[in-house]
Design a protein around this ligand. Structure first.
Ligand code: ZN
Length: 159
């Protein structure tokens, strides 16, 4: 089963990109570890996806190579990936969380997410919308092509 993890804002998307092998680049051959804590996920197999959430958005996934015991300072387990990261998102806001979760959406609702790198920029608020679905007022995030109502997760084109 695919799993989902959160990249913290304190680590930052920019630093994560600069580490290497982000989506859309060719693999440089290095392996990357994601520390997962003391309990390793048992239901994910090599080749299945490790999705990453950042700043309330699903930003993409990498295929898992394997899970190993941490050899570093932090005890626990490390999920190891290589290249072939893919930028995809779903049109729903996702709250950050600790540890990991198994994927709870259908893969069919995923779409390419070419603007994912814009999440490194400070939020620029554009137009104000009143959600026709739930009537909540919210300001659009000008970094993104698709706006999502933070109250009911309904989606709108534009930014
Ligand atoms: Zn709404």
């Amino acid at each position: 089963m695919d799993i989902v993890v959160t990249l913290s804002k304190s680590f930052g998307l920019q630093r994560w990109i600069e580490e290497g092998d982000p989506a859309g680049t060719e693999w440089g051959g290095q392996k990357w570890g994601w520390h997962i804590g003391k309990k390793a996920p048992t239901k994910i197999n090599p080749g299945e996806r490790v999705y990453v959430v950042y700043d309330k958005h699903l930003i993409g996934y990498s295929p898992l190579l394997y899970i190993e015991k941490s050899s570093g300072m932090m005890p626990g387990y490390v999920m190891v990936r290589g290249g072939n990261a893919v930028a995809v998102t779903i049109d729903a806001q996702i709250k950050s969380f600790r540890g990991f979760r198994y994927r709870w959406w259908q893969r069919e609702i995923e779409r390419p997410f070419p603007e994912w790198r814009k999440l490194t920029e400070p939020i620029k608020y554009g137009q104000e919308y009143r959600c026709p679905n739930c009537s909540a007022l919210f300001a659009s995030d000008a970094r993104l092509k698709v706006q999502v109502c933070p109250t009911c997760n309904a989606r709108y084109p534009g930014g």
